[in-house]
Ligand binder design. Structure first.
Ligand code: 15L
Length: 268
């Protein structure tokens, strides 16, 4: 019997849209997959451990991380919201995660960041990982915190993180904007695989999109991951045909990369 590359991986946020996809996809890489969410995950499948967990509960997160080889952190709130729930799930939650990772001696985290860390760049601009953060709401701000915290844990303790600035990972693009930000599930899995298996990643920030016709993001600083997308939003161009019409200058959401996130917040 051949053994798998990892003994135990932890996937947080396993009940979410992307988490459900990863739950199936990463199982072949690990003897035991520990899955977690604040929501019910149902019974453990073969080779799984299920641990329901509120990321704001430090002791629970400490137990969650114990004994794992690496963490895929996809838990927390995945869209804009009021500050209080964002603070609990995404800010306190990611702090609890890194404090636990440090104390448990875990060496690598794959962190689901977001393109909303830079959503306030205009759609006419091209953004790379070295450019200043320009979040487009409390959600984006919380992801900036996670990127900064993971940088600190790398600089101080050498704990490696790949921050994935995921565009829009859905079965297919749902809006014209997502023709640029689309990340197919197949490419998402490949990006996570590269992030986990590349021998040395230090602290990397990678944009997560498929090979779409248009892009706002320059991924050269993540080239060492060897991520090569195979899908493209082109196959959905019949749903959102390119148009020569200029965006309405009064419509802020059409002018900035964050799209509707720009104008949705702040929520109080
Ligand atoms: C995100 O960060 C959300 O998690 C996702 O649901 C999408 O809405 C995506 O951004 C987006 O920008 O389309």
């Amino acid at each position: 019997m051949t053994s798998k590359p990892f003994q135990r991986l932890l996937l947080t946020g396993a009940a979410g849209g992307v988490g459900r996809v990863l739950r199936d996809a990463i199982k072949p890489w690990t003897e035991i997959l520990r899955v977690s969410d604040i929501a019910d995950l149902g019974p453990a499948r073969e080779g799984e451990e299920v641990m329901q967990c509120d990321l704001a509960d430090g002791a629970a997160v400490r137990a969650l991380v114990e004994g794992v080889d690496a963490v895929l952190h996809f838990g927390g709130i995945s869209t804009d919201d009021r500050f209080e729930p964002i603070m609990q799930a995404n800010i306190l939650g990611v702090y609890n995660l890194y404090a636990s990772v440090h104390q448990a001696g875990v060496k690598r985290v794959i962190y689901a960041s977001s393109s909303h860390t830079v959503g306030f760049y205009r759609t006419t601009e091209r953004v790379d990982a070295s450019m200043p953060l320009r979040p487009d709401g409390f959600y984006g701000v919380s992801k900036c915190f996670g990127e900064a915290l993971s940088r600190y844990y790398f600089d101080r303790f050498g704990i490696e993180t790949v921050c994935l600035r995921i565009g829009s990972s859905h079965p297919q693009p749902k809006t014209a904007r997502m023709m640029t930000t689309y990340l197919s599930y197949r490419d998402l899995i490949e990006l996570v695989r590269c992030s986990l298996f590349t021998p040395r990643v230090d602290h990397t920030i990678a944009f997560g999109t498929s090979d779409n016709a248009a892009s706002w993001w320059d991924n050269r600083e993540a080239a060492h991951l060897g991520y090569a997308p195979v899908d493209s939003s082109r196959e959905y161009s019949h749903l959102f045909p390119p148009t020569a019409a200029r965006p309405d200058p009064a419509d802020q959401s059409a002018l900035y990369q964050g799209g509707p996130f720009i104008t949705d917040g702040p929520k109080y």
